[in-house]
Design a protein around this ligand. Sequence first.
Ligand code: URA
Length: 190
Amino acid sequence: MNFEEKQTALSEIAKKIELCRNCKLCEQRTKTVPGSGSPDAEVFFIGEGPGKSEDLQGLPFVGAAGKFLDQMLESINWSRENIFIGNVVKCRPPGNRDPEPDEVEKCWDFLQRQIEIIAPKLIVTLGRHSMNRFLPGLKISTAHGQPKRRKDGQVFLPLYHPAAALYSPSSREIHLRDFAKIPVILKKIG
Ligand code: URA
């Protein structure tokens, strides 16, 4: 698919998400958050689900965790234009609770389709919920910052969720160190 075809296909998914009533998260949402960024991104970042600011704006990672994500991108001389960011679920779980298994299940096809269209070289999972959806059984405390190639060839890099740095500022160094591996891994993948 060329750039325009990818863009069109992603917009069609975003329209479907906007109309989606497959699970109860649709009842309390303000806006759906389909994800945003470059259709040609080499790296697809995947968080857990929209928070309050994201629900209001319809965009991923625009709150406090998003600001730290922007700082980490800046630390490797990247910006949001270089990447695509989405979430496992596209509507805010009330009170920022974890998404429930049926909610993740009902939303899963949207994410799979987005991955197929963008065809990223690397998927960066943000937080243990996103990681475990793709790489079940891993522990974030040992898996963070370690690239993993799945049997189907897709490469993943599990990272701690950027919100963790807000609660534990001393962990910022770990986040930044893990993040710095992204360009190195991309180069290796070729
Ligand atoms: N946390 C997430 O996991 N996703 C967002 O979009 C915002 C905060």
